[in-house]
Every structure is written in structure tokens, then in C-alpha cells.
Design a protein around this ligand. Sequence first.
Ligand code: PMP
Length: 363
Amino acid sequence: MKSVDKALGFVRRVVRGMDGYVPGIQPGPGEKLVKLNTNENPYPPSPRVLEALHAAAESAVRLYPSPEATPLRERAAALYGLKPSQVICGNGSDEILAILMRTFVGEGETIAFFQPSYSLYPVLAEIGRARTTSAPLPRVSRSSEMGDIPVPSLKAKIFLLTTPNSPYGVAFPTGWVERLLDRFKGIVVADEAYVDFAAESSLPLLASHPRLVIARTLSKAYSLAGMRAGLAFAHDELIREMMKVKDSYNMSRLAQVAACAALEDQEYFRTSRDRIIATRERFSRTLGAQGFTVLPSQANFIFAVPPLGLAAGILYEGLHSRGFLVRHWKAGIVSDGLRISIGTDGEMDALMRAIEEVRRGNQ
Ligand code: PMP
């Protein structure tokens, strides 16, 4: 085979120089691991989703899907009290974030975010040759302290606010987001991937704040991570601009059908969400009683710092070898803790036993 070096010379320099986003490990088929590393839902989607998918898996897949995902737009708009023209649908909210970058951030312009936040943001900036600016997000011990965090004075085109934050799980109250909209002069994107597990959303601010965009996903509370379904809500004139830069048929037929059916079954959604919240609270208390520092989470995961004498990396390895996959970042400001997705009660009990085993082995 001929050397590929010459071909590689045509790759954009910025792409050659970057690492790309590193997703959490996805075990291969047959690998038996309790997967608590990428904040998926431990419960299946609504039975209505599976019925709708079976019905849609027919010869009409030869046809392109609705380019604007019109039925889903209408369903989401009705559910959230918006006009369909205020909604855009995407192939996961990752695509929504990429669309936002293409719409608002040109080469050499700046995006702002807290450190830590969703680690995709700097990667998107790199791809688009944008700059980044950030402020440290202080750790709080109670949710009520979130409102006291000073609004950072960052200058940028857009502020990407992960709320609830990942990996910390803490959420900004609506009043805080309103203050950010007051002081920050660009577009504020509330990345609400985990908001279904939280007390508040920024949605009520939308009507009076045309600089606000809200990004949502059906990957978490609606158990559709594998289907890829994301949404954004904004002023309809902003949505119109975003529509121009998306792929023409960015959501597959099946993803549109699954997302519509999932949003229709609100009763199932509430039951599944409430179970996860109850498990999260119980698991947080148990870990806290074992000497872990657990940040007050409003998401479907928790960030926990092990007690003195037990390094997060050692605990991660010990859990992995016992068949539990959680998330650990080897470097940076979050390397002292683990992000643990909330699974079923049974999974969290088994995880707790594994944590105790690792601790005993470590002493
Ligand atoms: N935003 C945040 C904060 C996330 O953690 C994730 C999930 N990794 C996403 C957006 C993207 O979710 P999806 O593409 O599955 O909708």
C-alpha cells in the first residue's frame, strides 16, 4: 500500500493537531459491565416508543424523513408551551451544540463556559478555530449556595452554561441565569441535558429573553441515547438562522418517531424520572455516610470525592476490575472525584458493596 502521508497533508492543520472528543467507554458486545459512566437511563424507554419503532420499521425508510422533523417540533412545542417555529430538532443535543457553533461563532471568535463543563465545548471551538474563555466553577455543599456564585465577567459571543452542570451535577437557579443574561452581552445557551432531573428550568425566561437558547436531549430522562434525539428552543428568528446550517435531513425517520412517542408518554417519563431521583438521593446519602464528599446533584449522576486515603483513580480501577464502569478524568480539576451515573437500586447497592471491598483492600 502507498504511504498515506501525502493525503494527510491535505487535512486541515487544526484537525491534524487536535485529539477530538473522547467519549466515555462503550463496552463491546459480550463485555459484561455495569455501565455507570455516560449517564444513560437504566430503564427502557416507554413501551409506546418500541411499538412506534416497530410500526415505523417498514418500507417507508426508503424515503427521506421530514427535513425539519415537523411532527416532533409540533409535539415538543405543545408540550413546552412554545410555537413549533421556536423549536429545532437534532441528531442528539451534540448536534444542536454543533449547529449553535456554526450559527453564532466564527473563526477567531470566543465561547465562554465554566470550568468544569461539558468537555465537548472546547473541542467544538477547536474545530471551528474559535477561542475559549472560562471561569472556575466553585464547588458547593448545598444547592441553595448556587445562587450566590458570582456571575463571571467573560467577554464572548456565546456563553455555554451546562445546567445542571456536568460533571458536578449542580444546577443554577433561574434567577442566576437571569442575572447572567443581564450581565453577559452575547447569546446564553442553557445546556439543559439533565434538566428533567432538576428543580428548575430556564424555559420560563425564553419569552422575555431573545438572547437565550435552551438545548435539551431525550438521551437521559427519555432513555433514547441510542436513537440520537436533541432539541433546542429559542426565539423563532434565531431558530430560522439555525435551520440554515443544519444537515438537510439531520434526524432519521426512526429517531423522529421514537422521540415523538417518548414525549407523548409523560406518565411513563415521570415514573422513570422519579425513580432515578429517589435512587440518586438514597445513593448520595449512603456515600456521604461513608465519608465521601458528594456534590448536591440535580442530574442523573453524582460527583463524589472519596475520603482521604482513597485516591479516585485507585477506586476507579478497583471498580472497573469488579465489573463497574464509572467516569474518572485522570488530569485536571476534577481528577480528585468520580462521576457516577444513577442506575437501578440493585445496581447502586452492588456498586456500594464493590466500593467497600475496594476500600478494605486499600487499607
Ligand atoms: N450536553 C451535556 C451537558 C451532556 O452531558 C451531553 C451528553 N454527553 C450532551 C449535551 C449530549 O447529549 P446527546 O448528544 O446524547 O443528546
